[in-house]
Design a protein around this ligand. Structure first.
Ligand code: HH2
Length: 308
């Protein structure tokens, strides 16, 4: 499977579908398979290019579900969405879940552990033919914040880049073609808010590994902290979207490959603005197609940054 691409030169929009009782922002809302399927279809109607189906919450402190429970949560939803023709990704750290989901129609395996949680994951992905998202990760969610320190020279950006480079090498050594691998800095996973901002500022260094980047910032705590009230209380999870939408636009200008988001509609709106302005700057506007990608010679535009 070659990597899917976003529309009109803009980043791919990956809609989050958490079939879990305990996810940090939408736990329990889509845990019934029927509700999950309806939400997946709504994400597509809103403009998701890919739906990322997950059966395990990775919020700080989360406990892992048993394998059978994770399979029970994700497989029917993956199968039904794939049968609709939706490009489905499975958000899992388990090789058995990844293999079964690809069998059921998933095209991508989104592994927040980058192959570290399950020794069988990379060979399973290689055998499946799926594309692979390798995220930066240090430990399971019950103790990951114990590992949020980056003391090597170059700090968090250098350490995360080096670790992702190792995961890419491990994936290739296991038989996953490099062209099928996407890298993700893993915002919030064994990272403080300061680490997340440093990584966002330093994305070009991560992109220098030569693979497309996926970024998942949606609703995360570092945005809540940024928007904290005068008394220091973080902005609640449901009131972070405007900040996230601003970030989405900036990341599109940086040329990221994909954005993992809960609010697909707001993300598409932001990308429409980025695409329209880029078209104006390159003279592609006024042709009847307002969403044309920027052509050669654009001074600013999506897909142009070095973080592609
Ligand atoms: N973040 C979450 C889950 N999966 N996958 C990738 N590649 N990148 C991310 O940043 C990422 C991810 C956490 O968000 P969410 O799925 O909404 O929450 P939970 O883990 O509580 O279900």
């Amino acid at each position: 499977m070659t990597l899917p691409a976003g529309r009109d030169g803009l980043p791919l929009v990956v809609g989050v579908l958490n079939v879990t009782p305990d996810s940090f922002s939408d736990g329990g809302r889509w845990s019934d398979p029927e509700a999950a399927l309806a939400h997946g279809r709504a994400l597509v109607a809103d403009g998701a290019d890919v739906v990322d189906v997950g059966g395990e919450s990775t919020r700080p402190g989360a406990e892992r579900p048993p394998l059978a429970e994770e399979l029970r949560r994700v497989l029917p939803v993956v199968e039904a969405l794939a049968a609709d023709g939706v490009v489905v990704s499975v958000d899992t750290m388990r090789a058995e879940v990844a293999a079964a989901a690809v069998e059921a129609g998933a095209a991508l395996v989104n592994d927040v552990s980058g192959g570290l949680a399950d020794a069988d994951m990379l060979p399973a992905v290689a055998a499946s033919g799926a594309a692979y998202v390798a995220m930066h990760w240090r430990a399971h969610s019950d103790r990951m914040q114990d590992f949020a320190s980056y003391d090597a020279p170059g700090g968090v950006v250098a350490e995360v880049s080096a670790a992702l480079g190792e995961r890419l090498e491990a994936a290739v050594a296991a038989g996953v073609p490099a062209e099928r691998v996407v890298l993700d800095p893993g915002l919030g996973f064994a990272k403080t808010a300061e680490h997340n901002w440093a990584l966002l500022a330093g994305l070009d260094d991560v992109a220098a590994l030569g693979r497309p980047l996926l970024v998942g910032a949606s609703r995360k705590a570092f945005l809540g902290r940024l928007l904290a009230g005068a008394d220091g209380t973080p902005r609640p999870v449901g009131e972070r979207e405007a900040a996230h939408t601003a970030l989405v636009a900036l990341l599109a200008l940086r040329g990221v490959w994909g954005l993992r988001v809960h609010d697909v509609r707001a993300t598409r709106d932001a990308l429409a603005v980025v695409g329209r302005l880029a078209a104006e700057q390159t003279g592609a506007a006024g042709s009847g197609d307002d969403r044309r990608p920027p052509g050669p010679g654009a001074t600013t535009g999506p897909g142009e940054g070095s973080t592609t």
